[in-house]
Design a binder for this molecule. Structure first.
Ligand code: HAM
Length: 428
């Protein structure tokens, strides 16, 4: 038999404890916070028709997609993100629900990018989509949800960068630039390749590339300064409303306790479906890559053949959040008490189950050792950092008690099944 390679495919990762435990916790917390804001979960397929993403992913994501033919000859892809699937599912299954429709998801996405620290070919996104609402209150709610989630998981030291795709789209349309070229220019602006963007722009006689150059210098959190910077950059009157909206959101969100919000008029996001307010969450230390991003996409649903449906949303990169946290010395804020249960007899399942259930129902991890081997069980328990061992033999069953061994304090005592729960839980 040929030798089987054990390493995962390049760009893919095997995630094992403790990392996997931490990542699963980060995912669960996201679901909890999203539910507290009234979002409901949607589970989307990992494989979609390529055509779903072909239209509005933007040049970069389109180029990095895993695309293949299935056995029936359909051109399918592994989803590079989940918003397009959510818009499709909304259109097919959710659009008759009372609006707004608020959904969330946690799942893998795939991009064939050059692997590096914080950039993988399979990664986890946790996101929400807020469909059927055009008011800015929806966008602000997204930022509040992010604030609460990051606070909950103890992710501190980040800033939120705001921008507005309407600035670019309106200017480019006024300058007579076709939509596919607009997408390409936006891709360059997103990649901070301003020169390539302005070169492309200068091919259009009505375009004023210098406005784009000047806009990229306008950033900050002072609404007045932002507006005057945009004016001196030569932004036409018709487009100033987007800057005013940005100034408004900056002011409101700062007052709502979001650590550092600022607007950057030269900031664009590469996904081609964005139409309005956009944002990114940038950690201040460690990773300079953004840990999340989102924005308004008011035309995607209609592009898929549905009615005009304003929408906004975001996705956080759970792997990048985890990496950033770990680099700042983070460990799981909530830890479960762990008990190794050792049964010294093989025919006392009922009693063992009663004890285990009593503890598990109080949120205690109970790992039942599979063999009546006390010394092996204790060795495994201490190697794995367990808090207690509960030992049950014939004597214990007959007396209605257990032997409780505190593995940290190295003390042992006898307690009844009723006392056991209190004894173990109070210890934290
Ligand atoms: P995105 O900015 O392409 O937006 O991805 C969101 C987040 O996914 C990024 O901020 C990053 O943390 C994470 N991410 C992206 N690529 C990788 C990678 N190769 N490795 C690790 N993490 C990565 C979207 O996907 C939009 N669907 C967000 C959205 C939702 N907009 C509106 N609704």
């Amino acid at each position: 038999m040929p030798k089987i390679r054990l390493e995962p495919v390049r760009g893919m990762r095997d995630i094992i404890p403790e990392e996997s435990t931490e990542i699963l916790w980060l995912e669960r917390k996201f679901a909890e916070v999203a539910e507290l804001y009234g979002y409901e979960p949607v589970i989307a397929p990992t494989v979609e028709l390529f055509s779903l993403f072909e239209v509005k992913s933007g040049p970069e994501i389109r180029r990095s997609m895993y695309v293949f033919q299935d056995k029936a000859g359909r051109t399918v892809c592994l989803r590079p993100e989940l918003t397009a699937s959510m818009a499709r599912i909304y259109l097919r299954r959710l659009q008759t629900l009372p609006k707004p429709v608020k959904i969330f998801y946690v799942g893998s996405a795939f991009r064939y990018e050059e692997p590096q620290r914080g950039r993988y070919r399979e990664f986890i996104q946790a996101g929400v989509e807020y469909l059927g609402e055009e008011g800015v209150a929806a966008d602000i709610e997204l930022l509040l949800l992010i604030r609460d989630y990051l606070r909950e998981i103890r992710f501190v030291d980040y800033s939120i960068k705001l921008g507005h795709m309407g600035l670019f789209r309106d200017l480019f349309s006024m300058w007579g630039i076709p939509e596919d070229v607009q997408d390409e220019i936006i891709h360059y602006i997103d990649k901070k390749e301003l020169e390539r963007a302005t070169t492309l722009l200068s091919e259009y006689p009505k375009a004023k590339p210098e406005v784009i150059n000047e806009l990229s210098k306008c950033k900050g959190s002072d609404p007045q300064k932002l507006t005057s910077c945009a004016e001196s950059a030569g932004l036409p009157e018709e487009v100033m409303k987007h800057v005013e909206l940005l100034a408004h959101v900056t002011k409101v969100t700062q007052a709502l306790g979001i650590p550092e919000v600022y607007a950057d008029l030269g900031f664009a996001r590469g996904l081609a479906y964005y139409t309005g307010l956009i944002f990114e969450i940038v950690p201040k230390k460690a990773l300079s890559l953004s840990v999340g991003g989102g924005g308004r996409y008011d035309t995607l649903v209609s592009l898929y053949g549905g009615p005009a449906t304003p929408a906004t949303g975001f996705a956080l990169g759970i792997d990048r959040i985890h990496l950033t946290l770990k680099e700042s010395g983070w460990s799981l804020p909530e830890r479960k008490i762990k008990v190794m249960l050792v049964s010294l007899e093989s025919d006392i399942y009922g009693y063992v189950d009663r004890v285990a259930t009593a503890l598990r129902s109080a949120g205690v991890v109970v790992n039942v050792f599979p063999r009546p081997k006390l010394s092996s069980a204790l060795r495994v328990a201490s190697e794995k950092g367990y808090d207690y061992a509960v030992i049950i033999g014939r004597k214990e069953v007959e007396g209605g008690y257990v032997t409780l061994k505190d593995l940290r304090e190295r003390k042992q005592k006898i307690v009844t099944v009723e006392e056991l729960r209190k004894e173990v839980v109070k210890a934290e």
